[in-house]
Design a protein around this ligand. Structure first.
Ligand code: ZN
Length: 362
């Protein structure tokens, strides 16, 4: 990649730092990770590049790459810069066309399940090659905890665990299961309480218990200051009703695998929750395309829900995190924007919701 020809003027006392970071060091990653595009159309225009984001991303990536701005290892001083400065590009006098380096976060993937037993390392490698840099693993029940933890230990900073009891695992023994969840959550290594919620698709037998368990886990999330990752199959309206009891609590989270109506999407956004969008978006008759065409990217997270719900052209096959960019491409097409834009915004959303800077240490 050739970056020698890039000349950009910054209106800031920070221009030296920025110039040094982005270009003198010939490290084009600082151009791509913001999700910003650098098309010819920008030439000569005044462009707000949201440099605080650039700093945040650079500091974040700096854990692996460089430091901001002193060249030593990334430390708290560097992370403080993320909020401290805003600069504006006056104009771009010349540039070379660089493919934006997009990074993705798969916010919901069950890579610890036995569907991946024969090639798990290869699956994670493929995801990393597609710039899916972080994979968040939702728990299911007591039986999945060990395999999930093992995977997270093998890939620290890449595979990060959640802890929760899945609604389809709620039955007559839910109290014992919940005790286990309570105990696990004493450990601060979880990015969320999940996946939790209600599933009335198969069976209504344990609906009352599902609600009890859901509320209990919401309380845990509030106590631990963690977001919730919600499974809401055939139960979106009931879950929205329940969440309204917590409207001033500071509770936040995501409706994973959202496939509801535009009205429901708006209710969810109004409550400060995100919509988790995955392979269903690529299914022709899902109706989800219309919904997301009306929703700002600021409210969307990308997910695969692997090994389930593989996007087209893999529909019906095993899903994996490496397919996440296919969902981003579809979303970009629907919204009339670039995949880089979708990647930049949805990745920032995920970092924010799950406070990933606390966990991702490369
Ligand atoms: Zn799931």
């Amino acid at each position: 990649m050739q970056v020698d020809d890039v000349i950009i003027f910054f209106l800031s006392e920070l221009r030296d730092h920025l110039a040094q970071l982005a270009f003198d060091r010939k490290n084009p990653i600082y151009m791509g990770i913001t999700g910003q595009q650098w098309p010819v159309a920008l030439l000569g225009q005044v462009v707000d590049l949201r440099i605080p984001d650039l700093f945040a991303d650079a500091a974040y990536n700096g854990r692996r790459q460089h430091d901001i701005p002193d060249g030593a290892e990334t430390d708290d001083e560097d992370l403080r810069h993320r909020d401290s400065y805003g600069v504006k590009v006056l104009k771009i006098t010349n540039y070379v066309s660089l493919p934006a380096i997009m990074t993705f976060i798969d916010t919901h993937t069950h890579l610890y399940l036995d569907a991946f037993d024969h090639d798990r390392d290869q699956v994670i490698q493929s995801a990393l090659e597609k710039h899916v840099e972080v994979m968040l693993l939702p728990n299911i029940d007591r039986g999945s905890i060990d395999t999930m933890q093992q995977l997270c230990s093998r890939y620290p900073g890449i595979c990060l665990p959640m802890m929760g009891l899945h609604p389809t695992s709620v039955n007559g023994t839910y109290e014992e299961e919940l005790q286990m969840i309570d105990k696990c959550l004493e450990h601060p290594s979880y990015v969320a309480v999940g996946e939790i919620g209600m599933d009335l698709y198969w069976d209504h037998t344990y609906q009352r218990e599902q609600e009890l368990v859901f509320r209990h886990q919401i309380s845990l999330a509030l106590e631990k200051h963690l977001p919730v990752v919600i499974h809401s199959r055939n139960a979106i309206d009931r879950i929205i009703e329940i969440l309204q009891d917590y409207c001033d609590s500071g509770l936040t989270g995501v409706f994973h695998c959202f496939t509801g109506s535009l009205y429901q999407a708006r209710q969810i956004i109004e409550m400060g929750f995100y919509l988790g969008i995955g392979g269903v978006l690529t299914f022709q008759k899902s109706g989800l395309a219309h919904v997301v065409s009306q929703v700002d990217l600021e409210h969307i997270l990308l997910e695969t829900d692997s090994p389930f719900l593989a996007p087209v052209p893999y529909r019906g096959k095993r899903n994996e995190s490496a397919y996440l960019p296919l969902v981003a491409e579809k979303l970009a097409e629907i919204r009339g924007t670039t995949t880089a834009d979708v990647a930049g915004i949805t990745t920032a959303n995920a970092r924010k919701l799950f406070a990933l800077d606390r966990y991702v240490i490369h």
